[in-house]
Design a protein. Structure first.
Length: 540
């Protein structure tokens, strides 16, 4: 079990690994998840590799301190349910512990990614009030932390800018306390994630940089630093920390995954695919250690890891790993998975099949329970498969089928369907040797992608930058300067994209820029996990 935990380090050393090595590592992670075994006795266990977190509290019971610190680690690692259990255990060991009740209140509130319902907020409010009652004789720091949570839960929403402001004041009073600094930043990020009007993420980045200068291996600080730099459009700044996070917290699935946020922004797509496969394996290992019997896909963030990893594999051209992700989906996302989540993840697999297994894509059948996204992306996948067979008429049949879908009452998936139609129309025009018109169609789709999904890399809703298709159409039309400009624009947003680099190389070569063309083509070949020359320009 621990051997696979150590492999998470390998995932972030892929530039030196061969293509077949990286493929097999990612596949091995997913296979290990499917072969998970229950090895724990059941119930929450304390694992050694869950990252940083915790601070000394007023208790005479050593076990209370241990469970409190573990609760903080789990909270920072986004193990939401387990954090509640850890704080409960701390409180059980010392019922008079005020900060244990504070931890219970903290864990029952909303998170960056999930809103607590009224029942949970009610529990959080009660725990905060209990902490205040127990903490009448507590020190100034603890009283301030408890009061901040009371402020947080004063509203029905259970979150408000007042909490972030209160945490700011505490952090200012204790400038050398790294845990308070991290909690303060998380309070700010809670508001930023909800656009609640109290967003000071730039100063949060600076605050975390001060923490990391003194404590470079603080996994909670690294976790929030990755998020904060992404929020302000400076994701590459976190790269040195992202590269080591999996090693620092090998048992914490979400922390293993977090590197993918930064890696996606810097264009290390194969590593995105592999590190998310590692996170999935970590989820399965954690479930085994805890004695969980629930389906794999019910773990928090499992679907997030899955869709992120599949996106990376597709961008890297890693056919074998992309198809392994496809085959993993029905094993992880069973009938027990919420229907909408299962449908949307299944729809993502269709896109992978359309590109990497046309025969399977064309064999996909529609079922009565399929939602709109599944129907639309099934036709999109079939269109991509038919484009690979040079069947322009077939592509047009599929894009028409998307247009004919009933959109009444559909809230989600329509934007994706509209983009899918435009991409297929562009494919058909390329196959019909009309690249000038294809460039115009792709341009509309690229603008829609930028307008609707701008900077959405969490993971990308649409699997590739359509701007590169604009560049490919211009290349085929002989508009070499335009092709070069659009390829560069695409690479600015999706750096190190092998197919965009290939288009750029061909545009440069056509303009006599031989040295630049050779360098870009060489880089594209290194990054693409297949035979680059076998990808027709019509399919870029």
């Amino acid at each position: 079990m621990r051997i696979l935990a150590a492999l998470a380090v390998i995932a972030l050393a892929l530039p030196s690994a061969s293509k077949s090595d990286s493929d097999s590592i990612g596949v091995a992670y997913l296979c290990s998840a499917e072969g998970k075994q229950l090895v724990g006795p059941g119930g929450l266990q304390i694992l050694p590799g869950m990252g940083s977190g915790g601070f000394t509290i007023a208790t005479a019971n050593p076990q209370t301190q241990v469970w409190f610190d573990y609760g903080i680690k789990l909270y920072h690692g986004f193990y939401h349910d387990e954090a509640k259990v850890a704080f409960d255990k701390a409180a059980e060991a010392d019922p008079a512990c005020a900060m244990c009740a504070w931890g219970q209140a903290l864990a029952h509130g909303s998170t960056m990614n999930y809103d607590a319902d009224e029942a949970e907020i009610g529990k959080a409010r009660a725990f905060a009030d209990k902490a205040a009652e127990l903490g009448k004789g507590a020190g100034a720091r603890d009283k301030a932390l408890i009061a901040a949570l009371q402020t947080r839960y004063a509203s029905k929403l259970g979150d408000n800018p007042g909490y972030a402001k209160a945490m700011d004041a505490i952090a200012a009073s204790y400038p050398d306390d790294q845990e308070i600094a991290v909690l303060d930043v998380h309070a700010a990020l809670l508001q930023a994630a909800r656009n609640n009007g109290f967003t000071r993420v730039n100063s949060s980045v600076e605050q975390l940089e001060r923490v990391l200068a003194k404590h470079p291996d603080d996994t909670a600080a690294i976790h929030y630093y990755i998020h904060a730099t992404e929020f302000i459009g400076q994701a590459p700044k976190a790269l040195p920390y992202a590269e080591k996070l999996a090693r620092l917290a090998p048992d914490a699935s979400h922390l293993v995954h977090m590197a993918a946020h930064t890696l996606m922004h810097v264009g290390r797509y194969e590593e995105v695919a592999t590190i998310n496969a590692a996170a999935i394996a970590t989820d399965a290992r954690f479930a085994g250690e805890m004695g969980y019997t629930r389906p794999l896909g019910e773990a928090f963030y499992y679907g997030h890891n899955y869709s992120f990893g599949l996106a990376g594999a597709m961008m890297a051209g890693d056919r074998s790993l992309a198809l392994k992700y496809v085959d993993h989906a029905p094993k992880a996302f069973t009938e027990a998975t919420p229907a909408e989540q299962r449908a949307n993840l299944t729809a993502r697999t269709y896109m992978a099949l359309g590109r990497y297994d046309p025969d399977r894509a064309l064999a996909l059948t529609e079922h009565p329970q399929d939602n709109f996204a599944m129907k639309a992306l099934r036709h999109y996948a079939r269109g991509e498969a038919l484009a690979a067979r040079n069947d322009a008429a077939g592509v047009r049949t599929e894009l028409k089928a998307i247009g004919d879908l009933d959109r009444k009452g559909v809230d989600r998936g329509v934007q994706m369907a509209n983009i899918a139609q435009q991409v297929l129309e562009g494919r058909a025009l390329m196959l019909e040797d009309n690249p000038k018109k294809a460039a115009r169609v792709f341009e509309r789709a690229a603008r829609d992608q930028d307008r609707i999904f701008r900077d959405a890399f969490d993971p990308p809703p649409w699997w590739y930058p359509i701007r590169r298709s604009v560049a490919a159409a211009e290349l085929k039309a002989g508009r070499l300067k335009d092709a070069e400009a659009d390829a560069r624009e695409s690479l600015a947003r999706w750096p190190q994209d092998p197919l965009a680099l290939r288009v750029l190389s061909e545009a440069e070569r056509g303009q006599g820029q031989t040295d630049k063309a050779d360098a870009d083509l060489d880089q594209a070949r290194k990054l693409w996990r297949g035979e680059l020359s076998k990808i027709p320009t019509d399919l870029i």
